[in-house]
Design a protein around this ligand. Structure first.
Ligand code: FPP
Length: 240
């Protein structure tokens, strides 16, 4: 398919899976895969922007990932901090708005501060939006949203009967960001793994055997080709 024929999704979300297996195949520690994975994140961000994608959401660390070996968690946290520094520079150069979703209160104070500054300094940028999910879990996000909504109900700010889907969406970490059109998961696993369960209600899913560290622009285009070919039934009148 010619690139000009591609129907570019507005919002792409990615589950970046397979770093550990990629490293193991090379006889290297898992953290080697995460390092390479972080480099791929930077490239894919640029590729997504070049293709005309407006919003990219990546799953960097789930609420379940704390169960991994302490050394691996520590290595991932160090990588996030290094990545956010580079991300800050890129955001300034490219007018990129960066948002971190998830419960950041469990992260190290220094990382929280880095996130705060990054979000604050890029909040008016609108060329490209990058959402990074760190300590993110969809159920946790919904419970946190419900707590705040219940508190607003108790304060009389909103009546229970007035709550709509839009109201609830507005309490989620992704408030104001359109739902993903296309969700990509690498490494052959075909699960949602507690990722944006509310927001993915109508998204197209694309699964590839490619391990995240091997993911590149060609793979991204392949996913968009599949998306372009699919008949998006919801909200669309069939033409034939
Ligand atoms: C899954 O691979 C990947 C993760 C645990 C999180 C993704 C993290 C990165 C891509 C690295 C850094 C990210 C940023 C934003 C700097 P896995 O360990 O589950 O692989 P496996 O299934 O092969 O074991």
């Amino acid at each position: 398919m010619d690139i000009s024929e591609l129907k570019i999704p507005t919002h792409v979300s990615i589950i970046m899976d397979g770093n550990g297996r990629w490293a193991k195949k090379r006889g290297m520690p898992r953290t080697f895969g995460h390092k390479r994975g972080a480099e791929v994140v930077m490239d894919i961000c640029q590729d997504a922007d070049d293709l005309g994608i407006k919003y990219l959401t990546i799953y960097a660390f789930s609420t379940e990932n704390w169960r991994r070996a302490e050394s691996e968690v520590r290595a991932l946290m160090t990588l996030f901090s290094q990545y956010l520094k580079i991300c800050y520079r890129k955001a300034m150069e490219n007018n990129m708005h960066v948002i971190v979703i998830g419960d950041t209160s469990a992260l190290a104070r220094s990382l929280q501060e880095q996130i705060r500054v990054l979000e604050e300094d890029t909040k008016d940028f609108d060329h490209f939006y990058l959402q990074i999910a760190i300590n993110y879990g969809s159920r946790d996000e919904m419970v946190r949203a419900m707590r705040r909504l219940a508190a607003d109900c108790a304060d009389g700010k909103i009546a229970a009967g007035e709550i709509t889907e839009e109201t609830f969406s507005g309490y989620l970490d992704t408030a104001g960001i359109p739902d993903p059109d296309l969700m990509i998961r690498t490494s052959g696993e075909e699960r949602l793994s507690n990722y944006l369960m509310w927001q993915h209600a109508y998204s197209e899913f694309y699964f590839t055997d490619c391990l995240w560290p091997d993911f590149n622009k060609e793979e991204l285009v392949r996913a968009i080709e599949a998306y372009t070919r699919r008949d998006r039934r919801y909200g669309k009148v069939k033409e034939d």
